[in-house]
Design a protein around this ligand. Structure first.
Ligand SMILES: Cc1cc2nc3c(=O)[nH]c(=O)nc-3n(C[C@H](O)[C@H](O)[C@H](O)COP(=O)(O)OP(=O)(O)OC[C@H]3O[C@@H](n4cnc5c(N)ncnc54)[C@H](O)[C@@H]3O)c2cc1C
Length: 319
């Protein structure tokens, strides 16, 4: 076996939240063969499998995870014309800087998102009106399905449409039976100068609006979509929402900010950010339990005040 499988590895250092207990087993897989080796180990030992990217959209339980965590670090990246062929372990920061340097446009919005290509595809990550679904042409996956022809994991390719992308969602987030290996991203011809300009504007906006000085997992909740009548009624009460709600979508952060006592609310080491209320930040040794209490408090208060059920954008592991 060429991969090193470690036991009882603390997961908090692999997450941007800096929260979470230990994985029973942990390994780093740099390529498809190593991923397959890890899967064989899991199969032999009847272990649950969790694939980790940059750990930036995750809340991991204080008890940790009683299976094997495979951290994917396949960093290959190749440019062919206006396409980028890349491993899913490639950090978005590297992806966007390579694309801009090669005079390609379409990924500038990813700047400042601290994840990997794999995690971004799973979450259909997005910002500033764009998302991964705009650029993904094809992904190669291992799929654990009942129709697998050889072995348990079947390797094949999915076209963008088959990924069933929607707002912060995809087939990979819905059905946890895929491991994404690599992707082909289709971009447009652009200019390095213009790309750099857009990137620095987006970065400036992030610094202004997001509490980047604290560990977090980004936006905790998806922004809810409401119907026309609901929107009309709520705008009567909160006229400023007319300029904030776009396409019937109300920012979750705005909703949270309207409830007295939520902004800046602390439980243990976790706090609802004062700078951006859809962020829960770790202000010092926060436990997953602290975050969970804040999440349920927010959901309950928003339901009571607005009759809206918030849905998490972040994912849970080990609960
Ligand atoms: C400060 C901050 C700002 C953020 N801003 C944004 C933003 O603007 N827009 C946005 O959409 N998100 C944002 N996020 C959230 C997060 O960074 C993105 O969702 C990111 O794409 C997650 O990628 P990751 O590699 O960290 O995934 P992880 O958190 O490691 O994993 C997320 C999910 O993807 C799965 N996964 C990861 N890799 C693979 C793979 N190869 N195969 C199968 N499954 C895989 C995991 O199992 C898990 O289910 C932000 C987060 C932070 C901390």
């Amino acid at each position: 076996m060429s991969i090193k499988i470690q036991k009882n590895i603390l997961l908090l250092k692999y997450t941007t939240f800096k929260i979470g207990g230990s994985a029973k087993y942990f390994c780093v897989a740099e390529n498809v063969d190593e991923i397959k080796e890890a899967l064989e180990f899991a199969e032999k030992n009847k272990l649950k499998v969790f694939v980790l990217g940059g750990g930036s959209n995750l809340l991991i339980s204080d008890r940790g995870f009683d299976g094997i965590v495979i951290r994917i670090t396949n960093y290959e990246l190749r440019i062919a014309g206006n396409k980028i062929i890349c491993g899913t372990g490639v950090p978005l920061a590297k992806l966007v800087s390579k694309s801009v340097k090669n005079n390609l446009t379409g990924l500038e919005w990813t700047v400042g998102i601290p994840g990997t290509v794999g995690g971004a595809i799973v979450n259909n990550a997005g910002a500033n009106g764009s998302s991964m679904s705009d650029v993904v042409e094809e992904v190669e996956v291992l799929h654990k399905g009942s129709t697998a022809l050889s072995g348990l994991w079947n390797q094949h390719k999915l076209k963008s449409k088959q990924c069933k992308f929607s707002y912060r969602n995809s087939i990979f987030k819905e059905e946890k039976s895929y491991i994404i290996l690599n992707a082909i991203l289709k971009l447009e011809k652009g200019s390095e100068k213009e790309g750099k300009k857009i990137i620095s504007e987006y970065l400036k906006l992030r610094k202004e609006k997001q509490p980047l000085e604290y560990p977090s997992a980004g936006s905790v909740f998806k922004n809810p979509k409401v119907d026309e009548k609901y929107l009309k009624d709520i705008i009567k009460k909160y006229p400023e929402l007319k300029n904030i709600a776009k396409n019937n979508i109300i920012p979750a952060g705005w909703l949270i900010e309207q409830v007295e006592g939520l902004k800046g609310k602390k439980i243990g080491g976790a706090m609802i950010s004062e700078k951006h209320c859809n962020f829960i930040v770790n202000i010092g040794n926060a436990k997953a339990e602290d975050v969970i209490i804040l999440i349920s408090l927010i959901k309950q208060k928003i339901r009571n005040k607005f009759d809206i059920q918030l849905v998490e954008e972040i994912e849970y592991l080990g609960f």
